[in-house]
Design a protein around this ligand. Structure first.
Ligand code: F6P
Length: 321
């Protein structure tokens, strides 16, 4: 292996830059060239690539986002796009690839592996829905962002005796809402796939009011069936005691300086990804299992979705009495 290509793809997540730095410096330290591919599979199809060295990743460890840029590429999905991408990799004499991204990006990596490209995936997504790893890069920082925001909301909520309906990210997944609910002491969490009636939310909130609480947090995942404004409106109509306000945390959860935890896993994943390519591995992702970094088959990653442990599902509610 003489030259590896490196890309970030899909939704960005804090710690991607830390991982880019780790990949580049590990490879360069082992005498391997690195080519950065801009904007994920979009740049691969268009041959938008540049040579990277140890200095080109200086000062990025602590920066959110990704210096390589990222994109969600529809063009790469069909065989035609993948053929173009492979042609570009061959033209640039790239012998191996590190793909840093979420589930869609890792499916793309598996597709390239099936067509003979040597590829190793690194899980990065604030959603924490990637199978085969306890944590993905960016999750911890996103949770800290949620925690900070809700701590602030609670200050004003308790001053005004209000209930805040807070939307976290997670189009199809519940991790940020559930864990954000635990870390910020929400009274109730509304997550996708967990059908809950508005009447149940209302009686829970009214109950909290009667118990003498001076504020309430209702954490709602972006992908939940009930939407934040609808919940707020209905709570107003029903009159649960508290006045309500809505806060959508949105893309603030995707940005910011990576936490220490994210910097550590991003660095470990980056080093391990390069080592895996050098060991001749392909079609695998590096994942965190317990304290160790292990190899997981990309085929499995592409087929399955990480589920949030049932233990966390009732936790916020249990502790909100
Ligand atoms: O990266 C994952 C994620 O942040 C999801 O939680 C969210 O639903 C989605 O990306 C938003 O994507 P976009 O930034 O493309 O609107």
């Amino acid at each position: 292996m003489k030259k590896i290509g490196l890309l970030t793809s899909g939704g960005d997540s804090p710690g991607m830059n830390t991982c880019i730095r780790a990949v580049v410096r590990t490879a360069v330290g082992k005498g391997i060239s690195v080519v950065g591919i801009r904007r994920g599979y979009v740049g691969m199809i268009n041959g938008d690539m540049y040579d990277m060295d140890a200095r080109s990743v200086g000062g990025i460890l602590q920066r959110g986002g990704t210096i390589l840029g990222t994109a969600r590429s529809d063009e790469f999905m069909p065989k035609k796009g993948q053929r173009e991408a492979i042609r570009q990799l061959n033209e640039s004499s790239i012998d191996g690839l590190v793909v840093i991204g979420g589930d869609g990006s890792l499916k793309g990596a598996q597709a390239l592996h099936e067509q003979g490209i040597k590829v190793v995936g690194v899980p990065a997504s604030i959603d924490n829905d990637i199978w085969g790893t306890n944590m993905s890069i960016g999750v911890d920082t996103a949770l800290n962002t949620i925690q900070d925001a809700v701590d602030k909301l609670r200050d004003t909520a308790s001053s005004h005796h209000r209930a805040f309906v807070v939307e976290t990210m997670g189009r199809d997944c519940d991790y940020l809402a559930l864990m954000g609910g635990v870390t910020s002491g929400a009274e109730i969490v509304v997550a996708p796939g967990k059908d809950i009636e508005i009447s149940e939310i209302a009686s829970e909130i009214e109950d909290a009011y009667i118990r003498g609480k001076n504020h309430c947090i209702i954490m709602v995942a972006e992908g939940a069936k009930l939407k934040v404004h609808e919940i707020s409106q209905k709570l107003k109509e029903i009159d649960v005691g508290f006045h309500t306000r809505v806060t959508v945390l949105g893309h603030t959860q995707r940005g910011g300086r990576p936490s220490a935890f994210d910097r550590i896993i991003a660095s470990r994943f980056g080093i391990k990804a390069v080592e895996a390519l050098l060991e001749g591995e392909s079609g695998i992702m590096v994942g965190l299992k317990g304290r160790d970094i292990e190899y997981v088959s990309l085929k499995e990653v592409a087929k399955r979705k990480r589920k949030t442990s049932a233990e966390f599902k009732q936790m916020a509610r249990m502790l909100a009495i």
